[in-house]
Design a protein around this ligand. Structure first.
Ligand SMILES: NC(=O)c1ccc[n+]([C@@H]2O[C@H](COP(=O)([O-])OP(=O)(O)OC[C@H]3O[C@@H](n4cnc5c(N)ncnc54)[C@H](O)[C@@H]3O)[C@@H](O)[C@H]2O)c1
Length: 274
């Protein structure tokens, strides 16, 4: 099955809950997993705010979602996830326009693959800034709004490399492990105030992030397929379906969990030898 056929198949099998009238912010929503999550939330009837640093990706994403889901509001905010004042402004504006702030998906993230002996401290700091500090900044800004209304769900996109190690990914693994820990802390802190916090740990998903690693010869895509028990990469829509489940009321008893969606990668202890 080609990647395109698989995406179409995942979308066709998706069951979109009725979330009309709710509102959600998705960071890193200009492309890839974030765009798929934003689209699935809009298909469920939610008003969405797309946060990204890439102006043209934001404009294209807004146009696409508006065309496919004309009944929902699609707001955009060009701001970095670690910009404390910019994020508070964007979230506050969205909350006052839509009248509520029900869901935050902390999806923005960057790769920082290099052997640890060569990894520059600037590269390390940038990964910490976007992947970990950005997740905290957005969760805190959303948490302040959600705790006040005593309702809300946050979904943090971590990685299977937040629970498993891989060579040449010190900054990525450390920041994603931090996201896993942060998810549990916030879930425990806000559980009795109506706010659930969960995470998703995707395995390899066919997005630009992966395409760039392949183009830089930092990733052998055929080796990834062979190493993955299910035999294919995930689609962004696989992550979107899970995010929708965790964001909606059907997962109402789940908080502080990080669900790994990796086609069996982390379960397979023999993967490295086969
Ligand atoms: N693709 C995979 O295989 C994979 C696997 C596991 C986890 N993830 C995680 O999923 C998330 C999305 O990955 P993707 O593959 O869709 O990535 P992507 O590179 O395709 O898209 C990421 C988006 O985030 C935006 N972004 C980057 N820095 C930002 C910042 N400071 N503020 C706001 N937006 C910013 C980019 O402009 C881009 O639009 C990331 O957190 C990534 O670590 C991806």
């Amino acid at each position: 099955m080609t990647a395109q056929t698989r995406e179409t198949d995942v979308v066709a099998r998706a069951a979109y809950p009725d979330l009309r009238g709710r509102s959600g912010v998705i960071t890193g929503a200009g492309r890839g997993i974030g765009l798929a999550i934003a689209l699935s939330m809009a298909r469920s009837g939610m008003h969405v705010q797309l946060v990204d640093v890439d102006d043209s990706a934001l404009a294209e994403a807004q146009e696409l979602i508006t065309e496919l889901c004309p009944d929902v509001e699609v707001d955009v905010a060009r701001v970095s996830v670690s910009d404390v004042a910019g994020i508070a402004d964007a979230f506050g504006r969205f909350a006052s326009t839509t009248g509520s702030f029900d869901v935050l998906v902390n999806n923005a993230g960057i790769a920082a693959n290099a052997p640890s002996l060569d990894l520059g401290v600037d590269q390390w700091r940038r990964a910490v800034d976007v992947n970990l500090t950005g997740t905290f900044v957005c969760a805190q800004a959303a948490g302040r709004l959600m705790v006040r209304q005593r309702r809300g769900t946050i979904v943090n996109i971590a990685s299977m490399f937040g629970v498993a190690a891989a060579a040449d990914r010190a900054a990525y693994c450390a920041t994603k492990a931090g996201v896993v820990a942060l998810t549990k802390v916030l879930a425990v802190e806000w559980a009795d105030r109506g706010v659930r916090v969960n995470g998703i740990g995707p395995g390899y998903i066919g997005t630009d992030l992966v395409a760039t690693l392949v183009a830089q010869s930092r990733l052998d895509i055929e080796a990834v397929r062979r190493r993955t028990p299910i035999g294919h990469l995930g689609a962004a829509e696989d992550v979107a379906n899970l995010a929708l489940f965790l964001a909606s009321d059907v997962s109402g008893n789940i908080t502080g969990q990080v669900v790994i969606s990796d086609g069996g990668w982390t379960a397979d202890g023999f993967g490295v030898c086969s």
